[in-house]
Design a protein around this ligand. Structure first.
Ligand code: ATP
Ligand code: MG
Length: 568
């Protein structure tokens, strides 16, 4: 490609809302442009990168025997009503009507479509397993579209769905996908981790996220500094916390007057005990499909509630802070709420680590009173859930090593769905005994357009993008320092042809621009290498610049071809 003919409009200024380097550089360098909130056009270079990622994903998926299909982006709402998700998906699902008043959605994901595709066509266990995938547009009306391609409303996803006759076979495919994803992200040249993830309302049958490690990632990941344990903070576990602090001693459970001591801090100071021995109540409003109710979560005084875990515990659609009126109406006393003698009918959950805890101090459910010497022993098993946020310095649940927290960008998610959708949509096969059973399903996503930005978020410097060879729009740029010098133009043109003959994807900067402009655009766009053809020609040499580190090396012309072959 000759730059003089190439459509790559650059910008000096970053867009006002660009807070991340990837967002700013991709727009400034002319890879993408914004046309609305969470909506982007891909310009030629953006499209090249996008499609290179797409091809690597496709190649690796095809190797596993998965078959590519394409689902209609516009989906009849009917399927979503069958699965029960039409009402519960929330505002991310864009719903609309056609001219005949029929309801439709723009696909945010395609479990419904794929079940409908397979249903009544795959009827016997002999036809299983089956894995169908597509690489296609998705729409999610995200509450806060931001960070450019990292959280768009319209985006490209690879979404695959597998069907199995048993849970074991589903697990086998899950492992195949875990390996396949690792191959994909390795080929993309990314520094990533597969982490244990939250399986949401679907249940704990197993799900893993693939995270690109990047300082600006939206996700917190817990990693063990000693073994390979890693998890999204939403699903992270730890070895139960212990303390050396002295336990409070009360001969019997009793009520204590604690006026104006409504925080854990106040209570711990008053009784001169470690917060470890207190129970904190976090009062929330849980929003369900048809109702809202106040729910109380009890955790240790020195822990924090993990919102996603709390949401899963009570199976709500959303959790909100409960306000004063709502707390009062539920007959709860803010600051003095405890698990003993809660008002009738209040929904509550207790953190697993509090199970069998002895000699605790908690609210008495009465203004200005706390209870001391409370034992957490008389509650039903189903009250106990994992509710707490894991912190840096906590101990690893696998090896006891120290846990650390780092940031990541979720680029893939693999999931054992089980029979949730097949049951809801009545999609069955006949098993070996001739009995109808819902399919066991898995689903597997990769954020293809998100990967364009995630790559740069993980690989850039203050001047711009640093692409690796695998997905860079061009592997090499040849820059003519001064297009008024015929010998430079002629040499560069010959070199350009030679590089193309060698199969190198090369851009020739033949524009009549100042050298400084061309160089800073090379730095901004970030192709792996540039060859500078300039004055050095008089001494029979050119310079090679590696974008990563911007190191320049002079090369004698007679060594040039050899050097090019060595690099590419
Ligand atoms: P997130 O937690 O980031 O919202 P998600 O859990 O909603 O992601 P999935 O439903 O698992 O994501 O979708 C599969 C993949 O699609 C994700 O791993 C991510 O890479 C990508 N993805 C999801 N939402 C977006 C978005 N708004 N913009 C770009 N890519 C997205
Ligand atoms: Mg999401």
């Amino acid at each position: 490609m000759r730059f003089s003919k190439f459509f790559a409009p650059t910008h000096k200024e970053a867009p006002k809302d660009a807070t991340l380097p990837s967002h700013s550089f991709l727009i400034r360098a002319g890879f993408i442009e914004q046309l609305g909130s969470g909506l982007y056009n891909f310009l030629p270079m953006g499209k090249m990168v996008h499609d290179k990622i797409k091809n690597i994903v496709k190649e690796e998926m095809d190797k596993t025997g998965a078959q590519e299909v394409s689902f209609s982006f516009v989906t009849p709402a009917e399927f979503w009503k069958q699965s029960g998700r039409y009402d519960v998906f929330g505002k991310e699902l864009l719903r609309f009507k056609d001219r005949k008043d029929n309801d439709f959605v723009l696909s945010p994901t395609n479990e419904e479509s794929v079940v409908n595709m397979v249903k009544n066509k795959i009827t016997s266990y002999k036809q299983l397993p089956l894995h169908l995938y597509q690489i296609n547009t998705k729409f999610r009306d995200e509450a806060r579209p931001r960070f450019g391609l990292l959280r768009g409303r319209e985006f490209t996803m690879k979404d695959g769905y597998s069907f199995h006759s048993s849970e074991e076979d589903l697990k086998r495919e899950f492992d195949v996908m875990e390996k396949t994803y690792s191959n994909i992200f390795t080929r993309l040249g990314l520094n990533f981790r597969a982490v244990e993830a939250d399986s949401g309302a679907i249940g704990g049958s197993g799900s893993k996220e693939f995270m690109v490690l990047a300082d600006n990632g939206e996700d917190d990941i817990v990693i063990c500094t000693n073994c390979s344990y890693s998890a999204n903070i939403e699903a992270a576990r730890r070895k139960p916390k212990t303390t050396n602090a002295e336990a409070p001693e009360a001969n019997m459970m009793s009520k204590f007057h604690t006026p104006n001591m409504s925080t854990i801090e106040d209570v711990a100071n008053f009784f001169k005990i470690d917060k470890f021995y207190t129970i904190k109540a976090v009062i929330k409003k849980a929003i369900y499909e048809k109702e809202e109710k106040v729910v109380v979560f009890f955790i240790r005084g020195d822990d924090e509630l993990q919102e996603v875990k709390a949401l899963n515990a009570c199976n709500a659609l959303e959790l909100d802070d409960a306000n004063e009126q709502e707390i009062e109406k539920a007959n709860l006393v803010a600051g003095y709420c405890g698990p003993k003698d809660l008002p009738e009918g209040i929904d509550f959950y207790i953190d697993n680590e509090l199970k069998d805890a002895k000699q605790m101090i908690c609210g008495a459910n009465e203004k200005d009173y706390h209870i001391i010497g409370f034992n957490v022993t008389s509650f039903k098993e189903e009250r106990f859930k994992d509710l707490i946020s894991v912190n840096k310095g906590d101990k690893c649940p696998c090896c006891g090593g120290e846990l650390d927290i780092t940031k990541g960008i979720e680029v893939g998610h693999i999931f054992q769905l089980g029979q949730k959708y097949s049951s809801a949509m009545n999609a069955t096969f006949l098993d070996e005994n001739g009995k109808a059973q819902p399919f066991y399903m898995g689903c597997y996503g990769i954020g293809v357009s998100r990967l364009v930005a995630a790559t740069i978020e993980a690989s850039h410097d203050e001047k711009g993008c640093i692409w690796n060879k695998q997905i860079s729009p061009f592997e090499l740029e040849i820059i003519i320092s001064n297009t008024k010098k015929d010998e430079q133009v002629e040499f560069a043109n010959n070199l350009y042809e030679k590089a193309r003959d060698l199969g190198i994807n090369v851009l020739l900067d033949d524009r009549n621009e100042r050298f400084g402009v061309k160089m800073s655009e090379f730095e901004l766009m970030g192709f792996p290498y540039a060859i500078l053809v300039g004055k050095g020609l008089e001494d029979d040499e050119v310079e090679i610049v590696a974008r990563d580190g911007l190191e320049k090396t002079k090369i004698k012309l007679e060594k040039l071809e050899e050097k090019i072959k060595e690099i590419f």
